[in-house]
Design a binder for this molecule. Structure first.
Ligand code: NAD
Ligand code: TYD
Length: 349
């Protein structure tokens, strides 16, 4: 197959591109990415010369360009990850999220529909989404594939909207699609605006660790390589017009996770036990902050046989090791525009 992967220079996309290029020599992979602040070709440097790989620098919000690449390369499949992905940025600039996540997705759907013209044999549109579309849980319960959508942030509202468009193109035009909603990822190449990489970076630099509110918010964490494994499996074996939830059955309150991270970092840095924890600073809460996310991943487990390959302890240790071994990457992505973002987001806290 000729497969278009969008957002393949970003955090999760780079792991997905690497997996498809290396595990599926039978496919040709076209990685289309606009290289925004979150996209970095360094993330996929190891496979850039592979025979079954082509990089296309382009913007999914540009409808004419997207139509033209579909015509030129005649894709059989799409794995769509390109998005604006950070909740805090969506609170500052919601329209950027509407443009990329909603308009961008509809541009891709139109191009796939127009190219495939109802001849859907061997074709597939895979939309990668988030558990945040379900809104927030209380103290108990899990998100299943039947949980009604109730997004609370501009980010999750834009992802929910794009999910609805994908489903609607399935119903209206018969477009063959699969959709997955995954919990919070962590791992190598994670951009240091999100909790885990931001705090690893700040601990190294001995800067404050800004915990929002009282820190009693819960997230369900999955190692990014296990997400990429799940995407590979669903793309090849998932059923058309189905949604699968992906998660690690691995819930952590932010404050507990941050304390574990501090301990592991103290050991790694050879600092006295307890020194990183002294950097913890409780700051103003995120508006509309979802209390708890937790995924019921029974469907993908029982129907497709997927389960995480690493424990949280193993995944976190691998992640910390990666950030230590790649401090140049961290220094590069935190220079320039990152400083401006950091000042705006955290300076008054
Ligand atoms: P990311 O922000 O690290 O990467 C996004 C990538 O998309 C970047 O390479 C960026 O350059 C590219 N991009 C952005 N706008 C573009 C545009 N207009 N045209 C082309 N490319 C563009 O994001 P991520 O964390 O890797 O998330 C990838 C996908 O997975 C997103 O759709 C996100 O909603 C979803 N998701 C993320 C998580 C998570 O924990 N990070 C969890 C579940 C689902
Ligand atoms: P984040 O990594 O931004 O992912 P998401 O908002 O998509 O879940 O945040 C994870 C949790 O950590 C979330 O409850 C917000 C919290 N958080 C902080 O307490 N401080 C921070 O500086 C950041 C970025 C997040």
């Amino acid at each position: 197959m000729k497969i278009l992967i969008t957002g393949g220079a970003g955090f999760i996309g780079s792991h997905v591109v690497r997996r498809f290029v290396t595990k599926h020599p039978e496919h040709h992979i076209y990685n289309l990415d606009a290289l925004t602040y979150a996209g970095n070709l360094e993330n996929i440097k190891d496979i850039e010369h592979a025979k079954n790989y082509t990089f296309l620098k382009g913007d999914i919000t540009d409808a004419a360009y997207i139509q033209s690449v579909f015509e030129k390369y005649q894709f059989d499949g799409v794995v769509h990850l390109a998005a604006e992905s950070h909740v805090d940025r969506s609170i500052t600039d919601p329209m950027a999220f509407v443009k990329t996540n909603v308009f961008g997705t509809v541009n891709l759907l139109n191009a796939a529909r127009d190219l495939w013209k109802g001849d859907y044999e061997g074709k597939r549109f895979y939309h990668v989404s988030t558990d945040e579309v379900y809104g927030t849980l209380g103290a108990t319960g899990l998100f299943t594939e039947e949980t009604p959508y109730a997004p609370n942030s501009p980010y999750s509202a834009s992802k929910a909207s794009s999910d609805h468009f994908v489903r609607a193109y399935g119903e209206t035009y018969g477009l063959p699609y699969v959709l997955t909603n995954c919990s919070n990822n962590y791992g190598p190449h994670h951009f240091p605006e999100k909790l885990i990489p931001l705090f690893i970076h700040n601990i190294i630099e001995e800067k404050p660790l800004p915990v929002y509110g009282d820190g009693n918010y819960t997230r369900d964490w999955l190692f990014v390589i296990d997400h990429a494994r799940a995407i590979d499996l669903v793309f090849h074996e998932g059923k058309n017009a189905e949604t699968y939830n992906i998660g690690g059955f691995n819930e952590w309150k932010n404050i507990d996770l941050v304390k574990v991270l501090c301990t592991l970092m103290d050991r790694k840095l050879g600092r006295a036990e307890g020194s990183s924890a002294q950097l913890i600073t409780f700051v103003k809460d995120r508006p509309g902050h979802d209390l708890r996310y937790a995924i019921d991943a029974t469907k993908i487990n029982t129907q497709l046989g997927w389960q995480p390959s690493v424990t949280f302890e193993e995944g976190l240790a691998k992640t910390i090791d990666w950030f230590f071994d790649n401090q140049e990457w961290l220094a590069n992505v935190t220079s320039g525009a990152y400083q401006e973002y950091y000042q705006k987001q955290y300076v008054n806290e």
